[in-house]
Write a protein that binds this ligand. Structure first.
Ligand SMILES: Cc1cc2nc3c(=O)[nH]c(=O)nc-3n(C[C@H](O)[C@H](O)[C@H](O)COP(=O)(O)OP(=O)(O)OC[C@H]3O[C@@H](n4cnc5c(N)ncnc54)[C@H](O)[C@@H]3O)c2cc1C
Length: 414
């Protein structure tokens, strides 16, 4: 049986290892002490803390759905929820997405939105080449200034003119003007986005997915792979020899890690790949019926509250008082604890700070040439039986299910 090493026990590595484990002798190397990568959770005084975001699962990909549900019991392991999300404007909570609910805003905003819709409908705008032009062209200046600009500037931390459209491809179903008007007349809820309804684990949040997928695998934890050497047609890790390697870590670590193959032609492009990190703050907030709350206001630097305490009763320890739930709050990039605390004081829902974690790599940013560069590097390394897949290996804005789909495709073609 051929031997395969998989680097990384996040969603991508766990998916690949499970698919390949009957055909190959698979060893997974994971630098942390447990599986999960970005989907890791911890218990803090009994309550569940998603150390990054607040992961929920769904997919529109039939192959992923079949594969995923063959590993879990939908009824006993998961609960199904309809997303109930809102945008917090100055004094109003407007259901998400805001373009379906403009009827809830003041008369002047509604008039401006209608004029925008007419302008978009008869307009002859050039094809947008940046994110600002795209949002203005789709939703009009009024909603852009009120919500899309302030919210997205907090998430991306830059002028939206600098954000390339490459990452958007195939991501969001975009409403037409007739759809936006119809949805406002009829108060229609959005049901096309992948997470407009979702599955959530009854116990232990997304850590349950990682722990379950890791169960029957040969995983070496606390194994930070800093050297992968190709010699004599084999890959060498420590004293062990492998026929193939699947890299599910960060592409930025590859040039310093790989020996016996040259990445010189790619090193500068890889080093220049832009990205953002996320600070996730675990806290207690006022009880509410929401899944997550978008925060465009510039009064505080965070952009979203994820009401993880609403996802499963087991997420709130018995010590969480009546009228309160646990939640995570997201800030783009690093922020000090002192700044977190002053931000929380200005926020709605009266958050009380418990703890926070910073993940330096959470949002890969693609430029116009990223996909071409990655695809060329894949072809090059495949010649030496090194393959890669994953959010920060492929530098793609993958959700869990899309990361699973990418790993499945790689394994099929191996
Ligand atoms: C804030 C946020 C919220 C999100 N919310 C959702 C959501 O609600 N639903 C959804 O479907 N998706 C969501 N996602 C996306 C989801 O997190 C990713 O698609 C998925 O976790 C990617 O898994 P991965 O295995 O590709 O990468 P990672 O999770 O980054 O895993 C990589 C693993 O490799 C290990 N590793 C790296 N280098 C080495 C090395 N040299 N040696 C050994 N081990 C190594 C790391 O420790 C890590 O465990 C969210 C993402 C973010 C950032």
């Amino acid at each position: 049986m051929q031997r395969i090493a998989i680097i990384g026990a996040g969603v991508s590595g766990l998916t690949a290892a499970n698919i390949l484990k009957d055909r190959y002798a698979v060893t997974v190397y994971e630098k942390a002490a447990n599986p999960g990568g970005l989907i890791r959770c911890e218990r803090i005084d009994g309550s569940l803390f998603h150390t990054c975001g607040g992961h929920v699962f769904n997919t529109k990909n039939q192959d992923v759905a079949e594969w995923f549900w063959s590993h879990f019991n939908q009824e006993s392991d998961f609960r199904k929820a309809d997303r109930n999300s809102v945008v917090q404007l100055e004094h109003t909570l407007v259901p998400y997405p805001i373009e379906n609910h403009v009827y809830m805003l003041d008369a002047e905003t509604q008039r401006c939105f209608i004029s925008d819709c007419l302008a978009i409908a008869v307009g002859t705008q050039a094809e947008p080449t940046d994110f600002e032009a795209f949002l203005r062209g789709r939703f009009g200046d009024t909603l852009y200034d009120l919500y899309f600009k302030p919210y997205n500037e907090k998430v991306w931390r830059c002028d939206l003119k600098q954000v390339s459209l490459a990452w958007l491809e195939g991501k969001l179903p975009m409403p037409t003007v007739p759809e936006m008007l119809y949805n406002n007349f009829n108060h229609v809820e959005e049901r096309q986005f992948v997470h407009s309804s979702f599955w959530y684990e009854r116990q232990d949040g997304s850590q349950f997915i990682a722990d379950t997928l890791a169960k029957s695998l040969n995983i070496r934890y606390n194994a930070d792979i800093t050297s992968l050497a190709f010699a004599g047609g084999k890959w060498h890790i420590g004293g062990e020899e492998y026929d193939r390697v699947i890299w599910c870590g960060n592409i930025k670590d590859m040039p310093s890690c790989l020996r016996g193959v040259s990445l010189d032609a790619y090193a500068a492009d890889i080093a220049a790949l832009p990205y953002h990190g996320t600070t996730t703050v675990f806290c207690e907030i006022d009880a509410n019926p929401y899944s997550w709350i978008y925060l465009p206001s510039d009064r505080y630097a965070c952009h979203r509250i994820i009401c993880t305490g609403n996802f499963a009763p087991s997420n709130n320890a018995t010590t969480v008082p009546e009228g309160r739930i646990t939640a995570t709050i997201e800030f783009t990039d690093a922020i000090s604890q002192a700044d977190i605390l002053t931000n929380l004081q200005r926020m709605p829902f009266h958050p009380t700070y418990f703890t926070h974690r910073f993940h330096p790599y959470t949002y890969p940013i693609q430029t116009a040439s990223t996909r071409q560069m990655i695809s060329s590097l894949k072809q090059e390394l495949a010649k030496s039986n090194l393959y890669f897949t994953g959010r920060f290996a492929d530098w793609e804005y993958y959700n869990m299910d899309v990361a699973m789909a990418a790993a499945m495709t790689l394994c099929k073609n191996l």
